[in-house]
Design a protein around this ligand. Structure first.
Ligand code: HEC
Ligand code: HEC
Length: 295
């Protein structure tokens, strides 16, 4: 068992608890035009009501966020060294009732520095309530939600899809994405393509099996110190174990200890995660406008 990851973030929590007391939270990159209200940490009762969150859940969430999240994401959730701004996160803005946020908190993204914290579902939903009040109070959620998501230019979206965005290396408008606009309303459709795995998976950290074509499934190669290696479809991975199913449908499970055995995951969906850092606002709206035409 490895505890070093845990210790590292506990230390981080301490450090940034201290820095936030000193008021030295670093300013996040300004990717949005909305001016920042001064009192982000204390939304008015009206903001809590307007955000439609339960005030008691919000209260509890305030404490939970300060204890478990502020150390990395900053006291006001606006980001810290190495951890993103959650108040401007599209995943947070797109969220309804925790469907996108809860899996991230529940599972963490251990390979990317977001730990799995082992919180209960109740604690998670309180934190989600807190985040929704914050985004509402900052004005992002209202401007974002009530803006028609289909304001883009479908022609430009199509060009982006076929060239710049590289979407057509994995998808086709007449193949896997044919009729996608009849399956989801524009808002859901946008959430799907911005965060496909989170939008689809709501449960545990098992790689999904049923609703994914083989080409889309994450694969993994595990190399033992002896040099023997196993490859196949990823079944499950966390800090302590990794398991896979090989081409002969044989199941293999390995205990992990630090960097041994060597584990290399290839996740086709990581294209989406990486693209998410590249899209401009205009790209997002253009691509959604294009996808909406795929009836
Ligand atoms: C040890 C530092 C650390 C702690 C503690 C932590 N996070 Fe994170 N979190 C991160 C990092 C780093 C990322 C970015 C991961 C990535 O690049 O995908 C992240 C990503 C996220 C995201 C996804 C944002 C997006 O736009 O994709 C959410 C939501 C989130 N964290 C919420 C929380 C909440 C809520 C808590 C407290 C329960 C928390 N985090 C605790 C480091 C942390
Ligand atoms: C490297 C491959 C890859 C690239 C590049 C890629 N995607 Fe995806 N995409 C995936 C995978 C894998 C899924 C998950 C499929 C699933 O849920 O079964 C997915 C899911 C989606 C979905 C949701 C489909 C559904 O039925 O819910 C949409 C929409 C989508 N992608 C659009 C795009 C767009 C738009 C781009 C370009 C900006 C893009 N993708 C780039 C691999 C890719």
């Amino acid at each position: 068992m490895r505890h070093s990851t845990l210790r590292r973030w506990q230390a981080l929590l301490l450090v940034s608890a201290v820095t936030s007391i000193l008021g030295q939270e670093p300013p996040p990159a300004d990717i949005n035009h909305t001016p920042r209200p001064a009192n982000i940490n204390t939304p008015s009762a009206a903001a809590i009501a307007g955000s439609k969150q339960d005030p008691a859940a919000y209260e509890r969430g305030t404490k939970m966020f300060a204890t478990y999240c502020a150390g990395c994401h900053g006291a006001s959730g606006r980001g810290g060294p190495g951890a993103p701004d959650l108040i401007r996160s599209l995943l947070v803005l797109d969220d309804e009732k925790g469907i996108l946020i809860a899996p991230v908190i529940r599972e963490g993204r251990p390979d990317k520095g977001m730990p799995r914290l082992g919180l209960s579902e109740g604690q998670i939903s309180d934190i989600v309530a807190w985040l929704h009040v914050q985004t509402y109070s900052a004005g992002h959620r209202t401007t974002y939600l009530f803006k028609d998501v289909v304001t883009g230019d479908p022609k430009k979206g199509e060009t982006y899809f076929k060239t710049t965005g590289g979407c057509s290396s994995c998808h086709s408008a007449t193949g896997d994405l044919a009729g996608i606009a009849s399956k989801y309303d524009p808002f859901a459709l946008q959430a799907r393509w911005l965060q496909p795995r989170n939008a689809r998976r709501t449960g545990n950290n098992r790689a999904s099996a049923s609703d994914t074509t083989d080409k889309m499934k994450p694969t993994v190669t595990v190399t033992l110190p002896s040099g023997q290696s196993f490859s196949g479809t990823l079944d499950r991975i966390d800090d302590f174990t990794v398991s896979l199913r090989d081409d002969h449908n044989q199941f293999h499970s390995f205990t992990r200890d630090g960097d041994s055995p060597k584990v290399v995951v290839h996740d086709p969906l990581s294209a989406h995660t990486q693209l998410l850092r590249k899209y401009t606002d205009a790209d997002i709206h253009n691509v959604t406008a294009y996808l909406v035409t795929l009836k």
